[in-house]
Design a protein around this ligand. Sequence first.
Ligand code: PRP
Length: 253
Amino acid sequence: MTTPTTPASGGKLTFAVPKGRILDEALPVMARAGIVPDPAFHDKANRSLSFDCDAAQSAWDMRIIRVRAFDVATFVAHGAAQVGIVGSDVIEEFDYDDLYAPVDLDIGHCRLSVARLAGDEQAENGASHLRVATKYPNLTRRHFEAAGVQAECVKLNGAMELAPSLGLSRRIVDLVSTGNTLKQNGLVETSRILDISARLIVNRAALKTDTRIAQLVDAFRRDAEARRAAASGSAEQNTRSSSASGSAEQDAA
Ligand code: PRP
């Protein structure tokens, strides 16, 4: 793959963020790393796809692009964006050599699972070939292959949950978070392929040639470590206070 070694247009770095659910959790993380998009980014009527940073609130002068999650990986792998945030599902599905995912941001937690219609018990029994609707053909084939089943993937870009009831496929492989979408469409989860969280991704060549990328990685890594330390500190605190209240109850008994 040919990778630009310097960012296009005037040396500004480009940061790719995904549309959709991860974004709400990603924006505060980006802000703590010094990246705050211009107010136009939040204006739903604005059809721009590329935004500046808010100069008053940002430590960086960067371009921020908002694209589909799969395209975040593609822009960064090709060096058209140097940095981005994307779910580990997308990283695993593409397996791009030029992508490096140095920081687990510990946000956007969900899972990639196999599901079928609740009444379709037969689907479990010894099939050597199954049709599966999914956005993730590579991960799906790999998962079923390991169980000796050949998966014929029907590529859909959304609303996978419709496929079994309309006879398009026996199974689906899709993201599950609360499980509400499966439930409301009469589906049950049969196995979990991957636990997912959002990662900071960088273009490998840009990391080697541009010192700003390493500084950005450090800023995101420090923030993720601080959040983990705070979370484990408060878990420890809770354990201590519940065992303290436990002994108070025993004392009172
Ligand atoms: C995702 C996923 C499921 C749903 C699962 O879709 O594809 O449909 O979320 O979430 P739940 O378990 O909390 O119900 P999303 O809403 O992100 O839209 P998309 O279909 O455009 O990917």
